[in-house]
Design a protein around this ligand. Structure first.
Ligand code: MN
Length: 357
């Protein structure tokens, strides 16, 4: 892992130098982790003189322990971290994102030129190195175990909230963390019956009944890296309508997986899935894109959707997750996280056969 941090720093410094910039300023939590191994608030300053991490006094020893070959600099109590940082900033900077107050202060200082370009950082992060792929693989394996676990928890009379609490408890026990998505109240989706017809259903107190569709979308972090997997089960025996929808989504997902490869256009993967669904006449019920990149964030580039002409690259890790949502009735989604190579390599691997619990 350690040498990866140095390679990433070297790469971003070269990119900055190509633009005539001599320092790199990182404020985004995920990016700080990407370059140091420390997950926490602060600013990271990279230059040919090495890596300097500016953080509060409260984080000093944790930052020293968790960051790789990084000098940790903390201001005295009561002094803002940003003012300490300003003492070290010189010349021309490439930055990922900058809190408004810091930007103002830096731009007022005459010797500093600031170029904010989050895309450069995302373009690096979207191509995963070996260390990142192995963490994503491990995250995926653990999420597979959570699906095995959920098949034992799902039964008549148990509430969505109870299922969620048991799955999250097991996840934390297994070594997973819950990433933060600010459009969701709860860190996972457990959606039963008509609630499953909301693509982003929120966990509620509804108790499961026989015949319910149960849609589970689990995304968890392992040592920083997020994998994402969705499965849809049925409690009892499947109706013809459900079976038809399930088989359509599964076929779309498998065709989508076949279309994933280095050099493929993202929108083409999307249209392969959409075509399978349209052939069944269900196109109006597939109301979201086919997938997204995963990594240090749950959703990051590349996006697999209509109008996304960008090419998938070797080393991308993306989801393929078509779904059908019949308002007031039920929804089905099947999602895997896959590595993009000459073909797609599925990192998540829980069975996609229709499971009647
Ligand atoms: Mn997803």
């Amino acid at each position: 892992m350690s040498s990866s941090f140095l390679k990433r720093r070297e790469k971003v410094l070269l990119k900055a130098e190509e633009l005539g910039l001599n320092q790199v300023l990182v404020s985004n939590v995920e990016n700080i982790y990407y370059f140091t191994g420390f997950w926490g608030g602060g600013y990271l300053l990279l230059s040919r003189d090495g890596a300097k991490l500016f953080t509060g006094l409260l984080e000093r020893f944790r930052a020293q322990e968790n960051s790789f070959e990084t000098e940790v600099i903390t201001p005295a109590l009561g002094v803002p971290v940003s003012s300490k940082l300003k003492e070290y900033v010189k010349g021309c900077l490439l930055a990922d994102e900058i809190p408004f107050t810091l930007k103002e202060g830096l731009e007022k200082s005459l010797e500093v030129t600031l170029k904010v370009n989050p895309k450069i950082f995302y373009s690096m992060r979207r191509v995963k190195d070996e260390d990142e792929v192995s963490l994503l693989r491990e995250a995926s394996k653990l999420i597979d175990r959570l699906y095995e676990f959920s098949t034992k928890v799902i039964r008549e009379g148990v509430s969505e909230r109870e299922i969620a609490s048991k799955v999250i408890g097991e996840a934390v026990y297994l070594g997973l963390d819950t990433p933060y998505v600010n459009t969701d109240f709860t860190p996972i989706i457990v959606a039963s019956g008509p609630n499953s017809s909301f693509p982003h259903a929120q966990v509620c107190d509804r108790r499961l009944r026989r015949g319910d569709v149960v849609k589970l979308d689990f995304f968890f972090r392992y040592k920083g890296y997020v994998s994402d997997e969705t499965r849809t089960f049925i409690l009892g025996s499947a109706s013809n309508d459900f079976r038809d929808a399930y088989e359509t989504v599964l076929c779309a997902q498998e065709e989508g997986l076949k279309a994933v490869k280095a050099g493929a256009r993202a929108c083409d993967v999307d249209s392969v899935c959409r075509k399978v669904i349209a052939e069944k006449g269900f196109q109006e019920y597939f109301v979201h894109g086919t997938g997204h990149g995963v990594g240090l964030e749950v959703h990051e580039p590349p996006t697999i959707s209509v109008n996304q002409c960008e090419l998938l690259e070797r080393g991308n890790v993306v989801t393929v997750e078509p779904g059908l949502y019949f308002p007031g009735k039920f929804g089905v989604r099947i999602e895997d996280t896959v590595y993009v190579g000459d073909s797609a390599i599925c990192l998540t691997a829980f069975t996609k056969e229709l499971i009647e619990l």
